[in-house]
Design a protein around this ligand. Structure first.
Ligand code: UDP
Length: 238
């Protein structure tokens, strides 16, 4: 692997990215492919923390729009992220990457509690740390959890793996004039309402000058490329 450009990163995966073609739940083949890619970067000495969404299992907002209490639905969504975190821990350990899950909601039988200093120690020892249960609070998203945790562990960048190869001026599936925007400022993202991260997460990154790189996770080898500084996606910074 080429020389990494970053030494500590936070990788944000949506829940859907674990679902593969089936579109829901966890696809074992997809998750083990991602795990192998993560192993390669961890073996090259990069400290990597992960935040995984829950959208492949449950989304609070969607359930509340059908009448469920929003806070209860959000707690269910947070539990979904823990399921994904445990699946990823299993996949990573199968390929020999020592991994810890830290949950923002106490569940000591399945995960460590979130303890910032302990998380940093794990990273220093070369372990992957997966932050489960989002921020632990309803009305937030795992994008916001990713921004918050990235700041807390002093990550140099948030890598947001998606199904598209960056941010476009419009939805390329619906608008033939849509163009890829390789560089954006936080304010442009907020003003243009671009779907990079939600506004809370973007503002948090803006206030703390934390760059976000959006890239296509579905192409094998891209995690390594983005960590080696190849400009394959969209970078959002000040
Ligand atoms: N969630 C929450 N607080 C958080 C993080 C997540 O309430 O700090 C809930 C929320 O209901 C959300 C669900 O967990 O819909 C799954 O997270 P998200 O939608 O961010 O997952 P993704 O879209 O990345 O798969």
């Amino acid at each position: 692997m080429n020389r990494p450009s970053f030494s500590r990163v936070l990788l944000k995966l949506s829940g859907e990215s674990l679902a593969g073609d089936q579109g829901y739940g966890i696809d074992p083949l997809t998750i083990s492919t991602i795990a192998r890619e993560i192993k390669e970067v961890v073996d090259s000495g990069v400290q990597l923390a992960l935040v995984i969404g829950g959208g492949n299992i449950f989304r609070g907002l969607a359930a509340s729009s059908k009448g469920m209490d929003r806070a209860s639905a959000d707690y269910m969504g947070m539990l979904a992220t823990v399921i994904n975190s445990l699946a990823m821990q299993d996949a990573l350990e199968k390929v020999g990457v020592s991994t810890r899950v830290q949950s923002a909601i106490a569940m000591q039988e399945v995960a460590e509690p979130y303890i910032r200093r302990r998380a940093i120690r794990h990273l220093e020892k070369g372990r992957v740390v997966i932050f489960g249960a989002g921020t632990g609070n309803p009305y937030f998203t795992t994008d916001t959890a990713a921004s918050l945790r990235a700041m807390e562990i002093n990550a140099q960048v948030i890598l947001k793996g998606t199904k598209v190869d960056g941010v476009y001026s419009a939805d390329p599936k619906k608008d033939a004039t849509a163009v890829k925007l390789p560089k954006l400022t936080y304010l442009e993202v907020l003003k243009m309402g671009l779907q990079v991260m939600d506004a809370t997460a973007t503002s948090l990154c803006m206030d703390n000058n934390l760059p976000i790189i959006v890239f296509d996770l579905t192409t094998e080898g891209n995690i390594k490329k983005v960590i080696c500084g190849e400009e394959i996606g969209t970078i959002v910074q000040g």
